[in-house]
Design a protein around this ligand. Structure first.
Ligand code: A3P
Length: 300
C-alpha cells in the first residue's frame, strides 16, 4: 500500500505498530507458560494461530467443536497480536487470559519485550518463501483501510516490489528477521521452534507433532490412533477455515480494518509463478542468495 512506514532499529513499521511495540516493551509481562507465535505478515499467521490453539486446547474442546481463533467478539481474536494490544499506548490487563496464553507478533527478536526473552515462554517462528509473501501482501494490501491510507490505495507493483526487496515493508526486512529467529532456533531449540509454511503444506501431521513436542504437550499414541492429529489438521485446513461462516461474510472487520475473509486467499505454495515477471524473480533470488546464503535457509 502507500502506507507510511518508519525505520526503527533496522526494521520498518507502520506508526501504530511502532507505538504498540514500544508500549509493549514497557508493559507486557510474559509468563513462563506463554506461547509466542512470530511471523512476518502473510506468512500463514492465521493458520499457525489455529494450529497452536487447537493443540493446546485439545483437552477442552473435542476436535469437532474447536473454535477458530478469529471467531470471537474480542477485536484481537483469541490469539491477539502483542503490538496491537498496546496500539493506543494504554496498558490493558491481559493477566486474566487462561494459561497457556497465546500471543502473536510480527516483531523481530531484538524488539520483543524483555520478559519474553527472560522467562521460559516458548516461541514459534513461521517463515514463508518471500516471493509468496510479496504476492500475498500485495493482494492483502488492496483490502486494508488504514488510518494513513483510508482510500486503500496501492502503489505500482514495480515500486512495491523494489521496496520489498530493499526490506521497506511492514516489519521488514523479511530476511533479517527470518535469520535472527533461524539462528536462535539453532542456539536454543527449547526456546525457539523454526517452521516453514511450505513444510506445513507438505506434511502437516509431522509438523503438528513437532509443535506439540516443542510446547511440552506431545500427542499420545492413543490420541494418534484416535485421529486427534488428523482432526486438528482438517479443522485448520484452508478449506475448513475459509468456509466457516464467520470467515466468509463481509463487514465483520474484527481484526484491523479488514474482514476475516481477507486472511484467506489461495493458501498455496508457489502462487508467485502466476504473478512475478522473470526480472522480478531474478531480482529477489539475488537478494535471497545474498542475505540468506550463509544460513542455509532455503525455500522450495
Ligand atoms: P495467500 O495470500 O498466498 O493465499 P497471514 O495469516 O499471515 O496473514 O497469511 C495469510 C496467508 O496464509 C494467505 O496466503 C492465506 O490464504 C494463507 N492461509 C490462511 N489460512 C490458511 C490455512 N489454513 N492453510 C494454508 N494457508 C492459509
Amino acid at each position: 500500500t502507500s502506507d507510511l512506514l518508519y525505520l526503527y532499529n533496522g526494521f520498518w513499521y507502520a506508526p501504530e505498530d511502532l507505538e504498540g511495540i514500544l508500549a509493549a516493551q514497557q508493559h507486557f509481562q510474559a509468563q513462563d507458560t506463554d506461547i509466542i507465535l512470530v511471523t512476518t505478515p502473510k506468512s500463514g499467521t492465521t493458520w499457525l494461530k489455529s494450529l497452536v490453539f487447537s493443540i493446546t486446547n485439545r483437552k477442552q474442546y473435542t476436535v469437532s467443536d474447536q473454535i477458530h481463533p478469529l471467531l470471537t467478539t474480542n477485536p484481537h481474536g483469541i490469539v491477539p497480536f502483542i503490538e496491537q494490544i498496546y496500539y493506543d499506548n494504554t496498558n490493558p490487563d491481559v493477566s486474566h487470559i487462561p494459561s497457556p496464553r497465546l500471543f502473536a507478533t510480527h516483531v523481530s527478536y531484538t524488539m520483543l519485550p524483555e520478559s519474553i526473552k527472560t522467562t521460559k515462554c516458548r516461541i514459534i517462528y513461521l517463515c514463508r518463501n518471500p516471493k509468496d509473501i510479496f504476492v500475498s501482501m500485495r493482494h492483502f494490501g488492496a483490502k486494508i483501510i488504514s488510518p494513513t491510507n483510508p482510500a486503500c490505495q496501492l502503489i505500482p507493483v514495480e515500486e512495491a516490489f523494489n521496496k520489498f526487496c530493499r526490506g521497506v515493508t511492514w516489519f521488514g526486512p523479511f530476511w533479517e528477521q527470518a535469520l535472527e529467529y533461524c539462528e536462535l532456533s539453532l542456539e536454543n531449540p527449547d526456546k525457539v521452534l523454526f517452521l516453514k509454511y511450505e513444510d506445513l503444506k507438505g506434511d502437516i501431521i509431522s509438523q503438528l507433532k513437532k509443535i506439540a513436542v516443542h510446547l511440552g504437550c506431545p500427542f499420545s499414541l492413543k490420541e494418534e490412533t484416535e485421529g486427534v492429529i488428523d482432526g486438528i489438521a482438517r479443522m485448520c485446513s484452508f478449506e475448513h477455515l475459509s468456509n466457516l461462516e464467520v470467515n466468509k461474510v463481509t463487514g465483520v472487520r474484527s481484526l484491523w480494518m479488514v474482514d476475516n475473509k481477507d486472511f484467506f486467499r489461495k493458501g498455496e505454495v508457489g502462487d508467485w509463478k502466476n504473478h512475478l515477471t522473470d526480472s522480478m524473480v531474478e531480482q529477489i533470488d539475488q537478494v535471497v542468495e545474498q542475505k540468506l546464503h550463509c544460513s542455509g535457509l532455503t525455500f522450495k
